[in-house]
Design a protein around this ligand. Structure first.
Ligand code: MRU
Length: 358
């Protein structure tokens, strides 16, 4: 069975069909599986901001198509007008979320591609735009598959693998990043168990990772975030693998809030901690994690659960959506070009000096 067939019960995270962008609304999973046409640039911005499409690579692909949505109705523009409007729409989409570098990466790539296109008419520029968005989409599928093969050998028979948040098929156009080695090992008949952290406050682990791995037939067990160290102490976890929203040049890794605690616990118990990502998530322009902007989201995500208030009115709240795991806690970074290990500054630069997000 192919990896795509394993997940055939899930519609694609993102689809471009007959000039229209379709997104699977991830805020409604696993209760409802709803695909929506998104037909204005404002609606694409909201879909990204409200996490209806989420996960670093998927945000990048959605934003690339978002520019196509924005420019679809302006084919008669002159070249200068088209490029000026395109740049304004790109700046707008870039403001939807700050932490995942794939958003900026995809928008910059779209702009450079169209600026290099010699055509003078808006129609030709629009076609170039759509072609580049499709390339970014297709490449993401391919990068996920290569990450899967690069990390496949990390998954041993009988092992317990912990993951945090959702770095799965739902977070990408392909088979995910952290989940890609899991899908490859499962395809190859390796018997292993995945533990999925529920991932407070928005429960991407419970709603999305547990759901997509279960749908694909993997052995997956859901735990609350605070249970992870106890399972490590009980010897149930042999490996941690997570995704990331941005990797700085020194190997510091931004990922969903709670990842740092998992990494610290893994270090304490001597458990390898791997991060999986495509090169579009590497930000070699950012020296260290201290420079990464961490998104702070609304208080209601913490004070409410499934629409019900669970905290007192007027309580003060902090809600950073991501944290930064220092590179000293990272065993390796699984990329489409292989596993990168410390010293990350040198190994990342050696492998990705050209062709990375920078
Ligand atoms: O807020 P989210 O759901 O977009 O956060 C997603 C994550 O933190 C993922 O782990 C990360 O984007 C990697 S996705 C392959």
């Amino acid at each position: 069975m192919t990896l795509q067939a394993q997940q055939s019960s899930l519609p694609p995270t993102i689809e471009w069909r007959d000039g229209t962008l379709y997104l699977l609304d991830q805020t409604r999973l696993p209760r409802e599986c709803v695909v929506e046409a998104v037909d204005t640039v404002e609606a694409v911005w909201r879909a990204i901001h409200e996490l209806r499409v989420r996960g670093a690579p998927a945000i990048g692909v959605a934003a690339a198509y978002g520019l196509c949505v924005a420019m679809r109705r302006e084919p008669s523009d002159s070249r200068d007008t088209f490029l000026a409007r395109l740049a304004a729409h790109a700046a707008y989409l870039d403001s939807a979320r700050p932490t995942a570098v794939n958003l900026r990466w995809a928008l910059e790539r779209m702009l450079s591609h169209v600026r290099a296109e010699p055509s003078a008419t808006g129609t030709a520029l629009y076609e170039a735009l759509v072609a580049e968005a499709k390339r970014i989409h297709d490449e993401d599928i391919e990068l996920c598959a290569r990450i899967g093969e690069a990390g496949r050998a990390l998954i041993a028979t009988g092992s317990g693998v912990l993951t945090h948040c959702n770095a799965g098929a739902l977070a990408t156009a392909g088979i995910g990043t952290a989940t890609a080695p899991l899908y490859c090992a499962h395809r190859d008949g390796v018997a292993f168990r995945v533990y999925a952290d529920e991932t407070r406050p928005l429960l991407q682990g419970a709603r999305l990772t547990a759901y997509e791995l279960q749908q694909a037939g993997l052995d997956v067990t859901l735990i609350t975030d605070s249970m992870a160290p106890t399972l490590m102490a009980q010897g149930l976890i042999d490996l941690v693998i997570v995704g990331t929203d941005r990797v700085a040049a020194n190997g510091d890794v931004a990922n969903k809030i709670g990842t740092l605690g998992v990494a610290i616990a893994a270090k304490h118990f001597g458990i390898p901690f791997y991060v999986a990502c495509p090169s579009s998530t590497l930000d070699l322009r950012t020296a260290s994690g201290a420079e990464i902007v961490i998104e702070e989201r609304g208080a209601a995500e913490v004070t409410h659960l499934a629409g019900q208030r669970i905290a007192p009115e007027g309580i003060q709240v902090r809600n950073p959506a991501f944290d930064v795991t220092p590179h000293a806690l990272v065993t390796g970074i699984v990329t489409e070009r292989g596993i990168v290990r410390a010293p990350f500054e040198a190994s990342l630069a050696a492998l990705f000096a050209t062709g990375a997000a920078a």
